[in-house]
Unconditional design. Structure first.
Length: 402
């Protein structure tokens, strides 16, 4: 497959070298098109050595071969990493003042874009509008993710890891296994909030990152994916239908409506309790007093309720535990799986500095017989392992019915 790798001028340009190397090792014919600014971050000799092809950023190079459109016409896939705010704007508005712009405009190949910039830039309405426009036209947007940025900054805007960008790109080009092709998948993600009054709520620290990664991995495996998102703090991947909810009651309703899907994944952190007698006006200190008391009542157990429904699909639950001992953690997970009645349980340890947000994670996937998978690392790679377990389970079930 002929792959064009576009590189724009951001500090994450050095990561493009890792993606190029991975694509070449996989046997693809890689042609690199950097912007002039990108070449100030990473050198042409490095890109040529890794891609094994000449590298140019000039529209007027090799004019006889009409290079400014020939690259795009011959591409099977175009991957741009990193994509700066400037590059996103140019792509969204169809500008072609350099070789990368003309290459994209001259191509009908799948376009995969991995944005990278500071958080403030990423959150600008203009940037978000450009990203939406590109996604609506069929581009696959990978990331960004939260993490360390240039200097002392941390937050959303860090480019997704090169391996994750490459995986998404190959999926976009139809080079994925299609393990869930033709399947419907519903994933819940995020943390529910239970109102105390119109201003305050009871909640939890879930960002929704794991559930969103699972939705992305299921989409990459060919599934039709619906994401039921409760107060998400992470971007939703392109090609995934989003249903937004806030409370446990709303999440329950949305999941029960979609319980007939081939795969239902309850990855959301659901509040066990809600406030009894939540009020419609903000409570003041004067009305609440010095030692206010909040009375709680039990929320429905959505996972157990889903497990109790007549179903032919696969039900996957999540268990977040603070147990420090590995053996005890697994035993607690097995007990929860038996109690809830799901087919698989994804067990992960959480704490003040573990499990939540963009940090690396470790999970064990359990079935009734014990641990069937153990995965650690970034949530995108862990999500792929979980989806592989789901696909294998579905395949086994299909073989049993033949």
């Amino acid at each position: 497959m002929r792959v064009v790798v576009g590189i724009s001028g951001g500090i994450a340009a050095y990561k493009a070298a890792l993606a190029i190397r991975e694509l070449v090792k996989a046997g693809h014919d890689v042609h690199v098109v950097p912007t002039a600014s990108a070449l100030r971050f990473i050198g042409r000799p490095t890109l040529e050595a890794l891609s094994r092809n000449p590298v140019t950023d000039e529209v007027f190079d090799d004019v006889a071969a009409v290079r400014h459109v020939a690259l795009g016409q011959s591409a099977d896939l175009i991957v741009i990493l990193p994509a700066t705010a400037n590059t996103l704007a140019k792509l969204a508005h169809g500008l072609a003042d350099d070789l990368l712009g003309t290459t994209v405009l001259a191509s009908r190949a799948p376009l995969v874009i991995a944005p990278a910039m500071h958080t403030e830039m990423w959150e600008q309405p203009a940037v978000q509008a450009n990203v939406r426009a590109l996604a609506e036209r069929g581009a696959t947007i990978v990331g960004p993710v939260a993490g360390a940025l240039t200097g002392a900054d941390e937050g959303f805007g860090r480019m997704a890891e090169p391996a994750d960008v490459v995986a998404a790109a190959l999926e976009a080009a139809g080079r994925h296994s299609g393990a869930l092709a033709g399947r419907s998948v519903v994933v819940s993600a995020g943390g529910t909030r239970e109102p105390i009054d119109p201003v305050r709520f009871l909640g939890n620290r879930s960002s929704g990152a794991m559930g969103v990664a699972l939705a992305s991995a299921a989409r990459a495996a060919g599934a039709s994916v619906t994401l039921v998102g409760a107060n998400l703090h992470v971007p939703v991947p392109s090609g995934v239908e989003l249903v937004e909810v806030e409370t446990t009651a709303q999440l329950r309703e949305a999941m029960l409506e979609r319980a007939s899907a081939d795969v239902v994944v309850m990855a959301a952190a659901v509040a066990d309790y809600r406030v009894r007698g939540a009020v419609d006006e903000k409570r003041s200190k004067e009305s609440w007093g010095e030692a206010p008391t909040i009375e709680l009542e039990l929320n429905p157990d959505i996972l157990a309720e889903l497990a109790g429904l007549p179903r032919e699909g696969l039900l996957v639950g999540f268990g977040a535990e603070t147990e420090a001992d590995d053996d005890a953690l697994v035993e607690r997970g097995r007990a929860k799986l038996a109690r809830k009645g799901a087919d698989l349980l994804v067990l992960n340890r959480v704490g003040h500095d573990e499990g939540f947000g963009a940090v690396d994670t470790r999970v064990r996937v359990l079935d009734a017989d014990g641990v069937v998978a153990d995965a650690s690392g970034q949530k995108a790679s862990v999500a792929r392992v979980i989806i592989e377990c789901v696909a294998q389970r579905l395949a086994s079930a299909g073989e049993e019915h033949q």
